[in-house]
Write a protein that binds this ligand. Structure first.
Ligand code: ATP
Length: 354
């Protein structure tokens, strides 16, 4: 096994820069997820690591080897693609065995490796089937089996779950995570789905427009987003963001655009006199008879929690309540804000101030 390093990596297609100086350190055995909106460059970064795309500048290392100029087959990696890329005319067994057959491994060794991987992935009874006779989830498992059999230093996954339905995606998420816990192979995984990133990764790399916005453990990104982009991207439903400024007469109050005073626990000196964004996650609102008045716009009970959109501080704000709420649209309810969990962002730079 080995770690992976991206050192000031850049990539342009013609004159168009798509990766603008990326630095990422991935430790041996870590499960790292590159996440970001469509077009941010995450697949390009993964393809450069795989050797499927040239690097314009910088250095990529696997273990202690600089691999910039190594062809894919010499990088000791195995990649699982979104479309599975199985050979349709080969059985599951042969699909999984193919790389070892190319290497000229002994038949007995091949059978042992394929058997072990099939066992781990629950494919033992499907080894004689062809890909067309499998469900989407089973095909995805065969693609993973093929990667496992190669016993690489690094696994690469490119949006492996996007062709599966929602329920199967959740199940496969757990399987991939379990697989990693078992094999402990360094893994680099690309997705645009922040829930996938939050639930599976040891470390998340949030990308946007060819740069890294923030790197960190899932809950650290959730609790301490570096800027508005990360704050808005991580978390579902998304963080509420209200425009306003600190109250000149009361440093513990933020005045939203309609003048509603919202609580702030630890105002930073740097926040005074600036245009700010007040960042409030939906779960830090609660019902409180002494709280701020808010008009209910939409109420959505799911059974174990209630989601509401309310008008507060001149904006529509989403709240998630771990209880059943008896209210109708148009009614005014009263809400408290857990000020310990409020963030303030500089509206111009987007950086988090507290
Ligand atoms: P998605 O989630 O949609 O796959 P992504 O974050 O993986 O997006 P990339 O596929 O890495 O994004 O693409 C990054 C940028 O590079 C995009 O603007 C894309 O149009 C551009 N791009 C990718 N491949 C090429 C290519 N071969 N030639 C020119 N531009 C390309």
């Amino acid at each position: 096994m080995a770690g992976v390093d991206f050192v000031d990596v850049r990539k342009s297609f013609g004159a168009f820069p798509v990766i603008k100086g990326v630095n990422i350190e991935i430790e041996d055995g870590e499960f790292v997820i590159l996440v970001g909106p469509s077009g941010c460059g995450k697949s390009t970064l993964l393809r450069m690591l795989a050797g499927l795309e040239n690097i314009t500048a910088g250095e990529i290392r696997i273990g202690n080897r600089v691999v910039n100029r190594l062809p894919p087959k010499d990088r000791d990696i195995a990649m699982v693609f979104q479309n599975y890329a199985l050979y349709p005319h080969m059985t599951v067994r042969d699909n999984m065995a193919f790389s070892l057959m190319l290497k000229g491994s002994a038949r007995g060794d091949i059978d042992k490796s394929v058997g072990a991987a099939a066992d781990i992935l629950g494919l033992s009874r499907l080894l004689d089937r062809y890909p067309r006779q499998l469900s989407g989830g089973q095909r995805q498992r065969v693609a993973m089996g093929r990667a496992i059999v190669r016993d690489p230093q690094v696994f690469l996954f490119d949006e492996p779950l996007s062709n599966l339905d929602a329920k199967l995606r959740v199940a496969m998420r757990a399987e991939i995570k379990e697989l990693h816990q078992r094999l402990k192979t360094t893994t680099v995984y690309v997705t645009h789905d922040q829930i996938e990133a939050m639930t599976m990764a040891d470390k998340i790399v949030v990308m946007h427009d060819g740069i890294v916005e923030q790197i960190g453990a899932p809950l650290d990104l959730y609790d301490q987003p570096a800027n508005l982009f990360v704050a808005g991207f991580i978390g579902s439903p998304a963080m509420n963001m209200l425009n306003g400024r600190l109250d000149a007469n009361n440093p513990n109050a933020f005045l939203s655009v309609d003048g509603t005073a919202l609580p702030v626990a630890r105002p930073a000196a740097a926040a005074r006199g600036r245009n700010l964004i007040y960042g409030l996650r939906p779960e830090y609102l609660s019902l409180d008879p002494n709280g701020l008045p808010a008009e209910v716009v939409v109420i959505e009970p799911t059974g174990y929690e209630t989601q509401m959109i309310v008008k507060l501080g001149g904006a529509e704000v989403t709240g998630v309540f771990r209880e059943r709420v008896n209210a109708r649209p148009g009614e005014t309810i009263r809400l408290a804000i857990d000020s310990q969990h409020v963030h303030l962002f500089d509206a111009e730079t987007g950086r988090r101030l507290i």
